[in-house]
Design a protein around this ligand. Structure first.
Ligand code: HEM
Length: 514
C-alpha cells in the first residue's frame, strides 16, 4: 500500500538510496578483503562484484577476455571478489599436482544431476577418490584400445554417409560438418556406455524417443513417448550448469528460477539417461560386455560390491556429456585447422598413406604416427576444448601459489586457454596452427608438456583421456585418408562459443575423395 502512495520524488529518493547502499556494501566488502587479495590487479568491477565475470560469461568469449586481462594486468589477476586467475604453467602445477590440497570449488555443485554427486562434482577429496577408484579400471589405455574397433565402424558409417551425400563429379557440395560430427560423437559415446549407438548417423538426426514420465528408471510399457532433440537438450543443460555454477552461492537459487527452460532440459536429460539404463539392463547376453554399463556390473558382481542404480545414473549423465561434447568440438576444430592449412593436411596424408594398409585405420597402425600426434596435440593446444581456469578452493590452512601465499577459501584457477598461448613457451605466434612445433627435434618438448594441459593434471584430471585420444586419432586418420577437405570460406575464423567446453557453432567444408 505504502509503495502505491509514494510520489515521484520519494521514488527517486528510494532508488538512489538503494543504489548508494548497494555500492557502499560492495565497497565495504572490498575494503574488508576477507581473502586478502586486494593487492592483485584486475578490472575494478571484478574486485567489488561477481557481475563482472557474469558479464564476461554472457559474452561467450570468456577465454579470450580473461586472456586479454592477463596481457593487460599481469600473471596474477582478480576476476571476482574471491577468485584469482593465474597465467603461468608453474601456478598450474602448484594448484593441480597430486600433492596439492585444493578442492573443487562450489562451481561444481551446479553440475550435480538428480541431486547426487558424481566423480566430476564430488568436492571432498575422500569422496572424489572413492568415485574415481570405482571407475578407474573402465578407462585404461588397454580398454580404449580394445574398443577401437567400435570407433572405426561408427566413423566408417559417417564417411559412407558423406560419400553418398556430398561427393559428386561436378561441383563441390559445401556442408556444415558440425551436426554430423556431433552425431558421430554421440553415437560413439552411446556405444561406449550402453553397447549400442543412438543411431544418429543412420537417421541423420539427433531426435531420440523417450518416455514422457520417467521416475529414475521405473517406466511402464504403456507410457506415452516423446521425441527430443538430444543435442539441443545437452547444450541447454550445459549452458544452465555453467551459468548457475559461475553465480555466487546466494544468487544460484535466483539463476535456477530465471533459467527454467534450461533447468527443464537438465531434468529431461537425466530422465533420458535413466531410461536408456533401464533398457540396457533389460538385455542379457552370454558374451562378455564391451560397454561401460556391462563392464561396470561385471566388476561389481566379481568384487561383490553393490552400487545404487541412481548413483550409476549420476555417473553416466556426466560421462555421456563429458565424453561427447569434448571430442566432437576437438574433432571439428581439427578438421577446420587441417582444411585451412593445406600443407599440414598434405603432410598428414603422406604419413597416413605410408602407414595405413586400407582406408579404415587400425589403431595399431596409427597410434604412434608422429605427424598425426603433432596435429592432434596442436589442435588440443590451440582450440583448448576445456578453456577456463578450473576453479579450486584453497584449503583452510592456506597455500603458496607461484610464490605468493593465499588464505583458505580463496578460489584459484589457471585458464588452460591462456597457458596454451604463453609466448615464453610457444614462441611469438601462439595463435598459429603449426603441428611442426611438436616435432622440432624435441628441443622444446619438456617445456611444451609443462604448459600443455588439455586434459588437466593431477587426481581430478580427465578420466577419459585415453579413450578421447584413441577416438580422435582414429577419426582424424579415417577422414583425411579418405578425403581432401577444404573450407568453403578459408578467410572466415572458426565460429566458437565459450561454455565450460568451447563449442563450435558452424564449420562449412567440402570433401573430395582422394
Ligand atoms: C578431447 C577430449 C577431452 C578433453 C579435452 C577433456 C578434458 C577434461 C578436463 C580438462 C577435465 C578436468 C575438468 C575439471 O577439473 O573441472 C576433465 C575431466 C573429466 N573428463 Fe574429460 N576430456 C575429454 C574427453 C573425455 C571423455 C571421452 C570422457 C569419458 C568418456 C571424459 C570424462 C571426464 C570425466 C568423468 C571427468 C571428471 C574427472 C574427475 O573429476 O575425476 N572426458 N576432462
Amino acid at each position: 500500500m505504502l509503495i502505491l502512495t509514494l510520489d515521484w520524488a520519494s521514488w527517486t529518493f528510494a532508488v538512489i538510496a538503494t543504489v548508494v547502499a548497494l555500492i557502499g556494501y560492495l565497497l565495504l566488502l572490498y575494503l574488508r578483503d576477507p581473502h586478502r587479495i586486494r593487492q592483485y590487479p584486475g578490472p575494478f568491477l571484478a574486485k567489488i562484484t561477481y557481475a563482472w565475470l557474469l558479464g564476461v560469461v554472457i559474452t561467450r568469449r570468456r577465454s579470450q577476455i580473461i586472456h586479454e586481462m592477463h596481457k593487460k594486468y599481469g600473471p596474477i589477476i582478480r576476476i571476482t571478489p574471491s577468485e584469482i586467475s593465474f597465467s603461468s604453467p608453474e601456478a598450474y602445477y602448484d594448484i593441480h599436482s597430486a600433492s596439492s590440497k585444493v578442492t573443487k570449488s562450489a562451481f561444481y555443485d551446479a553440475f550435480a544431476s538428480i541431486g547426487l554427486s558424481n566423480v566430476f562434482t564430488a568436492r571432498s577429496k575422500i569422496e572424489h577418490g572413492q568415485k574415481r577408484k570405482l571407475l578407474h579400471s573402465l578407462f585404461t589405455a588397454e580398454v580404449s584400445r580394445e574398443l577401437s574397433g567400435h570407433t572405426q565402424t561408427i566413423t566408417s558409417r559417417l564417411l559412407d554417409e558423406w560419400s553418398t551425400r556430398y561427393v559428386s563429379d561436378n561441383e563441390c557440395t559445401w556442408f556444415d560438418c558440425v551436426p554430423w560430427i556431433s552425431f558421430l560423437a554421440f553415437d560413439t559415446i552411446s556405444d561406449f556406455i550402453f553397447g549400442e549407438s543412438f543411431g544418429m548417423i543412420r537417421a541423420s538426426s539427433d531426435i531420440v524417443t523417450m518416455p514422457k514420465d520417467v521416475r529414475l528408471g521405473t517406466i511402464s510399457a504403456e507410457c506415452t513417448l516423446q521425441k527430443i532433440s538430444l543435442i539441443k537438450v545437452v547444450s541447454k543443460r550445459e549452458a544452465y550448469n555453467y551459468f548457475v555454477g559461475v553465480l555466487p552461492s546466494w544468487w544460484k537459487a535466483v539463476g535456477r528460477r530465471v533459467l527454467r527452460s534450461e533447468a527443464q532440459a537438465s531434468k529431461i536429460f537425466s530422465d533420458f539417461v535413466a531410461h536408456r539404463l533401464v533398457q540396457r539392463l533389460s538385455q542379457s547376453s552370454t558374451e562378455a560386455p564391451h560397454d561401460l554399463v556391462g563392464r561396470f556390473l561385471k566388476k561389481s558382481t566379481t568384487q561383490n560390491e553393490t552400487f545404487p542404480r541412481d548413483s550409476l545414473i549420476a555417473e553416466l549423465i556426466t560421462i555421456l556429456v563429458a565424453g561427447s561434447d569434448t571430442t566432437r568440438n576437438s574433432l571439428i576444430a581439427a578438421i577446420y585447422y587441417l582444411a585451412k592449412s593445406t600443407n599440414a593436411q598434405r603432410s598428414l596424408q603422406n604419413e597416413l598413406d605410408a602407414h595405413m594398409t586400407s582406408a579404415t585405420p587400425a589403431i595399431g597402425e596409427i597410434e604412434a604416427l608422429p605427424f598425426l600426434g603433432a596435429c592432434l596435440n596442436e589442435t588440443l593446444r590451440l582450440y583448448s576444448p576445456v578453456p577456463i581456469g578450473l576453479p579450486r578452493t584453497v584449503p583452510a590452512s592456506g597455500m603458496v601459489i607461484s610464490g605468493d601465499a593465499f588464505v583458505g577459501g580463496t578460489t584459484v584457477g589457471v585458464p588452460i586457454y591462456t597457458i596454451h598461448r604463453d609466448e615464453s613457451v610457444w614462441g611469438p605466434r601462439p595463435e598459429e596452427f603449426r603441428p611442426e612445433r611438436w616435432l622440432d627435434d624435441g628441443r622444446n618438448s619438456k617445456a611444451h608438456l609443462h604448459a600443455f594441459k588439455p586434459f588437466s593434471e593431477g587426481p581430478a584430471s580427465c578420466i577419459g583421456k585415453h579413450l578421447a585420444l584413441m577416438q580422435l586419432r582414429l577419426m582424424i586418420a579415417a577422414i583425411f585418408k579418405r578425403f581432401d577437405v577444404a573450407l568453403e570460406d578459408p578467410t572466415r575464423p572458426l565460429r566458437v562459443e565459450d561454455w565450460f567446453v568451447r563449442r563450435v557453432t558452424e564449420c562449412r567444408v567440402g570433401i573430395r575423395p582422394r
